[in-house]
Design a protein around this ligand. Structure first.
Ligand code: NAP
Length: 511
């Protein structure tokens, strides 16, 4: 096993066009928290001569890995192989750790290794198309080759392939970097530290990436709290498609930090389809050593989540709504499901109206929309006895929803003349980027409260109109924070740092 003398290195890849710029970027990366930099010589305009290389590597502010990746391995160097290996020998001689690809013949690899008297040699293999068929055999062979560190990087075809590098890390016989590329591989980049990887790669900024899925160094340190991850860290995440712009990693990681919970929360891209969701869940539960304790579930997997967990293991209203957005994984892999959306919506409304949930009884409420959000809102309102009317562009969907929950459906053309005390917008009208749109041009007479479930923008055109008309307003931010607070408290059993969670969401939405 790995000596574990060093914690997993936070390596920042440098892709500067000149050696002088690369040295400056090295200083910047170290100042931003990288303990190691990777100088990608293949990104330079030309290979550095001896003097340039010496200046680049002299008294570096962080440990240095030197790589000159040839085009055949996904890099940019297409020049003479002898010149490439000569620069690597020279870099090793100057004390840098050097990366040599697996396909470099033994004699040449040994020549570079001999030059590296004090430093380390990384033997690497990259597959930009797939997970190698013979992955375990390949890694076993690489672990026998000249060098001290094995680096294996591949391209997942499914979400669960993101766990494969972690399997390799657990069975390694020497120092190892194992990573999956792309969005599905982000989990392997973040959790490498939990499983004692030699290092993980980050970028200085989002345009300087050398492989798909690399996370920039500020996000790795500030969002995923790299320094606080250790072998006891519990894992949570959000499953959805798309997932890149989810606010959930920001809100939950900030909450874990504020509440001093040793946990990290990661985004998991799982393609649409119950088969994909089920396979991902099977793969996760087959790996209890991941210490995965909970999942937020978002579009399009909420129905599949209910089916996977089983209605009997879910709160009754989640089963009635037909959607689970919160999965808790207990000891032995037992699962339970909740829907924190409905309670989040009801509580946001009740807070604004200074009511208890039971006081919604007989209040006339107009719900605009008949999609997933409307379903949760209608089920909860009906449960607490409100008089609900559903307005939807596609009338048949409004009718189906109303029939299921014993309320009324009306045609979208009648929305301007609706009669209700409360209006709840559950359509996507007014959502970024369509911020100039609104489901209501004016507030109909008698309406006292308008709740827009949209949280981006924070104040939609509908809410501006409502505020100008003197109505009480409720924003989707309240609902979003409420559902995250409920998830946090379900998972950890401790009170959520609500104000911090709210300020994280507002900051993200305002940036
Ligand atoms: P969904 O299932 O796709 O439903 C979208 C709804 O919007 C449908 O009823 C659709 O009507 C209607 N719609 C879309 N474009 C329209 C248009 N141009 N004119 C009239 N109606 C239109 O989406 P969802 O998951 O329910 O989400 C809906 C909204 O809720 C989103 O804006 C989302 O941001 C918000 N939401 C907020 C939270 C929170 O925590 N704050 C949580 C979940 C959702 P048709 O049936 O005719 O297509």
């Amino acid at each position: 096993m790995q000596s574990d003398q060093h914690p997993t290195r936070l390596i920042c890849c440098l892709t500067s066009p000149t050696a002088r710029q690369m040295r400056q970027d090295m200083e910047t990366a170290a100042a931003r928290g990288a303990d190691t930099v990777e100088c990608r010589l293949d990104y330079l305009d030309r290979l550095p001569d001896d003097a340039q290389l010496e200046r680049l590597l002299k008294e570096p502010p962080a440990a240095v890995i030197v790589t000159c990746r040839p085009t055949r391995e996904g890099g940019r160097y297409d020049g003479d192989e002898y010149a490439r290996l000569r620069v690597l020998c020279r870099a090793a001689n100057l004390g840098a750790t050097v990366d040599i690809e697996r396909d470099v013949p033994v004699a040449e690899a040994l020549a570079v290794a001999n030059a590296a008297r004090q430093s380390q040699i990384i033997r690497s293999h990259h597959d930009f198309n797939a997970v190698p068929d013979n992955l375990d055999q390949l890694v076993a062979e690489m672990e026998q080759s000249a060098g001290t560190v094995t680096k294996i990087v591949f391209t997942p075809s499914r979400a669960e392939d993101g766990f494969r590098p972690l399997d390799l890390l657990r069975s390694r016989s020497r120092d190892m970097i194992a990573l999956a590329m792309g969005e599905a591989g982000i989990v392997s980049r973040i959790l490498g530290r939990k499983f004692g990887a030699y290092g993980t790669f980050t970028t200085l900024n989002d345009t300087a990436s050398t492989a798909p899925g690399q996370v920039n160094i500020d996000l790795m340190r500030n969002l995923y709290r790299w320094q606080s991850i250790n072998e006891r860290t519990a894992v949570y995440g959000v499953v959805g498609c798309p997932i890149a712009h989810s606010l959930s990693p920001a809100i939950h990681n900030a909450a874990f930090e504020a509440a001093a919970v040793n946990a990290v929360y990661v985004p998991m891209l799982v393609q649409s389809g119950a088969d994909n969701f089920n396979r991902f869940m099977d793969a996760l539960l087959e790996r209890p050593w991941l210490d995965w304790r909970g999942l937020s579930v978002t579009i399009p997997h909420k129905e599949a989540a209910l089916a996977y967990v089983g209605p009997a293991n879910c709160e009754p209203l989640a089963a009635m709504i037909g959607a689970v957005n919160t999965i808790t994984i207990g000891p032995g892999g037992t699962l339970s499901g909740r829907n924190t959306d409905y309670a989040a919506a009801i509580d946001a409304l009740c807070n604004a109206m200074s009511l208890r949930r039971e006081e919604l009884l007989d209040r006339p409420v107009a719900v605009l929309g008949a999609g997933g959000a409307a379903r949760a809102v209608v089920a909860a309102l009906v449960h607490y006895g409100a008089q609900v009317t559903v307005y939807n562009r596609t009338l048949s969907r409004a009718k189906a929803l109303a029939e299921e929950f014993f309320c009324t459906a009306k045609d979208w053309s009648r929305v301007a003349s609706l009669e209700a005390q409360v209006v709840i917008n559950c359509t996507s009208i007014g959502m970024h980027p369509g911020v100039d749109d609104s489901p209501l041009a004016q507030v109909p007479p008698g309406v006292e409260v308008i709740f827009d479930t949209i949280y981006n923008p924070i104040e939609t055109k509908l809410l501006k109109t409502a505020r100008a008309a003197g109505c009480r307003t409720v924003s989707g931010v309240d609902m979003f924070v409420n559902q995250a607070v409920a998830q946090f408290e379900t998972w950890t059993g401790i009170q959520a740092p609500r104000e911090i969670m709210r300020s994280v969401v507002l900051k993200k939405l305002q940036s």
